[in-house]
Structure formats: structure tokens, C-alpha cells
Ligand binder design. Sequence first.
Ligand code: BG6
Length: 533
Amino acid sequence: MRPGADVGIRGFATFPAAMSTAPNSPADNPLREGLTARPQPKPCTVVIFGATGDLTMRKLLPALYNLAADGDLPPSTAIVGFARREKTDEAFRTEMETAVRKFSRQTVRDELWNTFGKSISYNQSEFHDDEGYKRLAEKLDQIDAERGTGGRRLYYLSVAPDQFGLIIERLKKFGLDKGKDGGWARVIVEKPFGTNLESALKLNSVVAHAFEESAIYRIDHFLGKETAQNIMVLRFANAIFEPIWNNRYIDHVQLLAGETLGVENRAGYYETSGALRDMIQNHLIQLLTLTAMEPPTSLEADAVRDEKVKVLRSLRRMNSNQEVAANVIRGQYIDGAILGKAVPAYRAEPNVNPKSETATYVAMRIFVDNWRWAGVPFYVRSGKRLPKSGAEIAVHFKPAPSVLFNQSGDSSNVLLIRIQPDEGISLRMQAKLPGGALRIEPVKMDFQYGASFGRPSPEAYERLILDAMQGDATLFARNDEVEEAWKFVDSILNAWEKPAKDQPPLTTYPAGSPGPVEADEMLARDGRAWRRI
Ligand code: BG6
């Protein structure tokens, strides 16, 4: 048994041999290596707008470096930072080196950095300044000529959404919205993709002004997480799950994305966002669609996304305050302790309004009104300052008839997909305790990525940037997906944004606790309980 590997279940034993594959390295196993290898994409130039921001340093440059280190990036790939601050190529490179050394998944190798670092350059400009785009166009032509990047351009918009319009318009004005000499131009767009349906529609039309839908990659980094990608494989590459993946056998599903972190230094953004927009509208609803969707006709991006959209259209809307109050609990953390260390209330965090009504926690009961899922609740939770960080999907099956074994407590089978940390999948089942008496205890069959495949999973951004270079949009949200998700979320926001006296209340929970008691009561009304965090 791995200590602390599961939650809420006593007396687990594990059957390592039953489910895990031999813990040899991929290098020992050419077949497994062959299965994961993909051809390198053609070299391109990656232009990062907002290149001096946190995301570039923590995620984007480390991801590009790791792709290079794993041999997934053609060595002639070039990176251009585009941002407002004045600095030289050299200064930008040095900052990126410091960031990559700090945040990279793999230790930086000096000889690789020497060549990788040379591929990085900087283009200082305001986002509205035509001159900056003229210089960018010249730079891109020069890179194509020197490095053989073939007129292929991947733009990464790591900027606030109100800057999208300025950038997109100028890319178009200077002909940068198209590839050159048979190349292509694609754009990766960071969240938040709108704050409601109306703003999402506007953003979609702004980006569509210059780029075809097939060239727009709306990133949701949860979809790049290894275990999220494995949901489809688990469901459709195994014969045993799909026949029981429906309301005849499944009692309910729980989805969780919790963090011990508070709002940190992001109050400016978070105050207008809150947990519903920040985590549920995108990450958790995306995981829900992968769990609930019908088998797609192929693995083509649009075939998969068509099925996800059908799920989104089937989400039962909440049309009144009463429905919202009965199905959605929102909470805000008050002071408490995380791992024994006292932490302040959300309202006392830097730059947070001391009377803030922003929810840092949301729990909800969602119904997918279609043939497969009629009557099966999906309970979704996300919060900051919870006791543990982690994301998981737990599929709770209906219990066996208690004709032969009179079991106390919850004896149902639970298939747990651990998105992070300890990525893996486990199945809770009942087994007889050794000995004369007939005693039944829950045990677990456990598959762990680390142990089975002998190497750490790549970071989500690595996979997603590589996919965009390959032209594979499967793990990115299409415009109609984003819009349908907002339609559902808007029905809740409408109730929350009513005059204070008519709103469903904002509850509180101490930092370090699993959430407001009202969320427990919501499940108790259904005769169920949350998994322990
Ligand atoms: C981001 C949210 O999208 O996801 C953050 O804006 C959150 O508030 C983060 O902390 C969680 O992602 P991860 O990969 O760290 O679990």
C-alpha cells in the first residue's frame, strides 16, 4: 500500500502485480517506446506575446526546453519574445536561462542550453505599435532564411484578453496571419477565454477576424495532463469499462480540483473571476465532458470535439435562484491553517477587497440530461486553501445486491482516475480478509504512471505546444465548446449577480478545511458524501 495514496478508505491492500505493468524503463521496451514516439514537427518560429510575464518563465520556456531535451523539437525551431519592456536579446536570453534552470522538469544541460539559448531573441514593442510588427515581420523572414523555419509561425497570446484585439488586428495588417512560402500561421490563446458568454463570443469574433477556426488553439492546460489524456484510452481501449459506463451501473461521479494555495499575488485577476470562472467553466467541465462523452467516430480533433459539445449541450441549465441554491454552493476561505501554518482569510490577502464576495470554492451538482447519464449526478468541487492539492475523477458504481454479504458502510466499487499528483488509476473492490471468519474489506488495484512507465510524465504545456506545432487541435477547446460551457455557467452567474438580497448566499470555510459544511449537506440530501480530501 502506498501511504496516503487514497482518501477516505480504511484498510487498503494493493495488488501490484494484477494491474501494473513491469516497472522497466521505456528504453528497455522498444514497443512501448514506439507507441509513444511521434515524428518531430517541422521547425517553426514561436512568437510569445507577453514574453516577460510569469507564464513564459514558469511554463512556456521550460516546456520548450524540455521538448528540446527530449528530442521532440527540431533544433532549428526559433523563439521570439514580444513584450513591452525594453531589453536586449542577450538580457532576455539570460532571464529565460534563469527561469528555465529554476522551473524546468529536467536539469538543464549546459551544452544543450548553449544551442537552445541561441534560438531565442526579443522584439520590444507596445502591442498597439505598428512599428513593432514591421520589425517582427522582418525578423521572421530573417529567421526563415537563416534557420529554415519555412514560413511557419506559432503565435502564443500570453496576454490579458483585452489585448487580443490589438495584436490580432496588427498581425493581419502586416500579413503575419498567414504562413509564408507554403508555411502556416497558428495562434494559441490563453485563458480566460471570456468572462461570460457575451465576452467569449466577442473574443471568438476578434480572433476569427484573422485566423480560421482550424488555426486557433484555445489552451486548457488540464487537457494536456497525462491522466486527462488517458481518460479516452481507459474508456475506449478497454473492453470492460464501456458496457458499464452508464446510468445502469454508475451511481454518481465526483470530480475534484483542489489546491492548498491561496490567491497568492493574483487578486487583480481572481477578484473578477472566482472559482467558477477560474476552474469550473474550463478545467473541470472539460474533464467532465471527457468522462461523459460518447465514443467519437475517430480520433480526429473535430470528431472528439463534436462529442464533447454534445455533452455540454446536455448539461441541465439552472433557470432560477432556487435551482442554483439547491445545486451550487459557493464559499470563501476565512483564516485557518495549512499544514500547521496559520494563513490569512481571503479578504485579508493583498489587493483583495475587504468586503469581497468572490467565491474561492465552488461545489455543484450537475446533471447530464442524455440517454446514457439520465439521473446520474456529477458532483464537482474546486477550491483554494483546501487541505491537499490534487485533481481526480472518481466514478462510483452502484453497490452489489446485499443478498449474500451484509456489508456495512459504502461497499461500492470506485474507479479513481488521479489526474495529479501520483498520476494513475485505481479500482476499489471488496475482498475477503484472510482467516476463518468471513470479513470483507475494501482493497485497491492500483496503476501508477511513475512505477509502470519508469519516467516522469511530461508537463501539460510540453504536450500542448507540441500538438499545436503538429497541427493537432484535439486537446484544445473549439469555439462552440467554449460558448456552450459559458451558456451553462452563465445560468449560475445570473443568479449570483442579482441584487444581494435575492442571491444564493456566499458561505465560508476555514483555510485548510475541505470546504463549507453546506457542500456536505448538499450531498447528504442525496444520501451521499464527498470523498475525503
Ligand atoms: C489555473 C488557474 O488555470 O489553474 C489557477 O487560473 C490554478 O488559479 C491553476 O491555480 C491550477 O493548475 P495546476 O496545473 O497547478 O493544478
